[in-house]
Ligand binder design. Structure first.
Ligand SMILES: Cc1cc2nc3c(=O)[nH]c(=O)nc-3n(C[C@H](O)[C@H](O)[C@H](O)COP(=O)(O)OP(=O)(O)OC[C@H]3O[C@@H](n4cnc5c(N)ncnc54)[C@H](O)[C@@H]3O)c2cc1C
Length: 391
């Protein structure tokens, strides 16, 4: 574990998260895999309670709202450890929207944000639509001003954690008014009349959280549910994308470390042709390539975490979050593939960590912006600012 330039507090936080993952989460992975991602209710609530006891819940939120107030580097360190576990078990270390306190009204903070920091409420994001994925600006959902509020219409897909959330962030284009056609983001309680679950398709990973298709049919919300001002919708989404891209990259580092550890241990133990297979150069080279890619990824995410803490320019952050997510998620995919190969037939069994990561890591090249979109962002920033301004 790289520890250069980490403070004793950073190291302690890293170790706290690592112990929790090793002692409490990893032992439940195979059970979760065999039970559609679920663990017994008492185990799940025990995990949530322990995350709070350890001070890791809402680590990204300000202390005055009850959050952990961690630095970005410390959040990277925790996310990296969380990335070492499969089956979404690490999602008990929940991070509510850190962008919200700066733009929400006191009423919104009291009604949605503080309860989320306490773990009493849970949000999900309804942005993507059938016709609008990478091109978020193509959303067809509408928010029409009516009376003292808005009427929302549209159908969203891939709404992660709809089954566990009790409110949604719903993104729409304004219909009518001075900001016609501009984006707006709304708090919508899940039990508001007109919010309808269409279906919960099955996905590649075995997670307890679903990714739902949700219809919004003449959903009436008061004006107080609008986040920020009319026309601001995209800026919050971009801030959330940046944060998630960095945390995805950090989790990919954790996944790579776990895969390398497990594959190396197996390769040292597994004997074929009278020798441990790690002694075959073909196997050793796979492990060496994986370790090299882990180190490069980790250097990127730690450096970016430090940079954000030091207040680097937001445009540079935007480019660097894309660089980190692109590199780490693609590296993690290669590392998982090599780990499966190292385990041979065992690597194709669902009880094997390499098999699970091989499936689970695939989405890291898709969500929060595909690899192609990350490349577009990087190329655009490069053309505008030049390499020396970005690195
Ligand atoms: C498991 C999962 C969970 C998700 N959770 C959520 C969620 O909670 N809330 C939410 O709102 N969304 C969520 N998403 C949606 C996710 O953000 C989108 O899937 C992603 O942004 C890509 O959009 P798309 O799937 O429509 O692909 P498309 O945009 O249709 O892209 C298809 C292909 O075309 C490529 N492509 C598109 N445009 C370009 C371009 N300009 N240049 C080069 N290539 C391009 C893409 O890279 C991709 O390879 C989730 C998705 C998944 C799979």
């Amino acid at each position: 574990m790289a520890s250069g330039a980490l403070t004793s507090e950073d190291l302690e936080i890293q170790e706290r998260a690592r112990r929790f993952v090793d002692d409490d989460l990893i032992p439940w992975e195979v059970h979760a895999e065999e039970h559609e991602g679920r663990v017994p209710d008492e185990v799940r609530s025990g995990h949530r309670a322990k995350v709070k006891d350890l001070g890791l819940f809402a680590m990204n939120m300000p202390k005055d709202l009850g959050g952990g107030g961690f630095t970005m580097l410390q959040q990277v360190l925790v996310s990296e450890q969380i990335g070492r576990v499969t089956n979404g078990l690490g999602w008990c270390v929940h991070t509510p929207p850190a962008w919200a306190p700066a733009v929400c009204t006191p009423e919104q903070i009291e009604r949605w944000i503080v309860p989320s920091v306490r773990g009493d409420r849970h949000e999900c994001y309804a942005i993507t639509e059938e016709g609008a994925g990478s091109d978020v600006d193509a959303i067809a959902s509408t928010a029409r001003r009516e009376g003292g509020g808005y009427v929302l219409n549209g159908t969203k897909m891939h709404v992660t954690s709809f089954n566990t959330a009790d409110y949604l962030f719903f993104q729409a284009k304004l219909a009518g008014g001075d900001h016609e056609g501009e984006h707006a983001l709304f708090f919508v309680d899940k039990d508001t009349p007109g919010v309808r679950l269409v279906r919960e398709p099955r996905y590649t990973h075995t997670y307890p959280d679903t990714h739902a298709i949700v219809a919004f049919e003449d959903v009436e919300v008061p004006a107080g549910n609008l986040v920020g001002a009319e026309g601001d919708g995209m800026s919050f989404t971009h801030e959330w994308f940046r944060y998630e891209r960095l945390m995805i990259a950090a989790r990919c580092c954790g996944a790579m470390e776990r895969l390398i550890d497990e594959a190396t241990a197996f390769a040292k133990d597994r004997v074929q042709f009278g020798r441990p297979i790690v002694e075959f150069q073909a196997v050793g080279h796979m492990l060496a390539d994986s370790l090299t890619e882990l180190w490069a990824s980790r250097l990127m995410v730690y450096e970016l975490g430090r940079g954000i803490d030091a207040g680097i320019d937001v445009k540079v952050q935007h480019a660097q979050c894309s660089l980190a997510k692109l590199f780490a998620s693609e590296a993690a995919g290669r590392v998982a593939d090599r780990a499966v190969q190292t385990f041979g037939g065992r690597g194709y069994m669902r009880e094997n960590v390499a098999e699970r990561f091989y499936r689970e890591l695939r989405v890291d090249r898709i969500w929060e912006g595909t690899s192609e979109i990350q490349r577009n962002i990087i190329a655009d920033q490069l053309a505008k600012r030049g390499a020396s301004a970005l690195l």
